[in-house]
Design a protein around this ligand. Sequence first.
Ligand SMILES: [Zn+2]
Length: 176
Amino acid sequence: MEHTLLLNASYEPLKVIDWQRAMTLWAKGLVEIVETHDKTVRAVRFEFKLPSVVRLLRYVKVRRRAQVPFTRANIYARDNYTCQYCMEQKAVDDLTFDHVVPVAHGGTRGWENIVTACVSCNRKKGARTPEEAGMPLRGQPRRPLVMPTLKVSVGMYKQPETWRSWLYWSVELETD
Ligand SMILES: [Zn+2]
């Protein structure tokens, strides 16, 4: 499944959508195609390249959320895709969530008790507290105050080369 980066009219990246959705927006005259993937799709009478970047023709105002939603993607993003035990940055497939204090020991399910852990650290720690496992955390996990929404949604996808120039500026600069 190929994905498409959706840009605002101002060229700011907004989110990642699937290419079918991008084509629907294009067919409705809402976006222009900025970049394409190499992959083509054959329609009834013609062939077209899948859009990799599209831009809205009308600017949409982006609403900031009052609170960062507690989601898998946001936990990974808060921890910068880094295992909080061995501090190694990993691909999403190698990451899991760890309840710092296991739920069976009274641990809560929330920002303050869940961290990103790699598969092997998670297995090693098992259903023990960091003290019991001898695996101290580097810091106390907290609810993040602000989250660059784009980094969150884009981080989950394999990023094609064509996205890079569009992501370079906005993503890195939005963190503060
Ligand atoms: Zn680890």
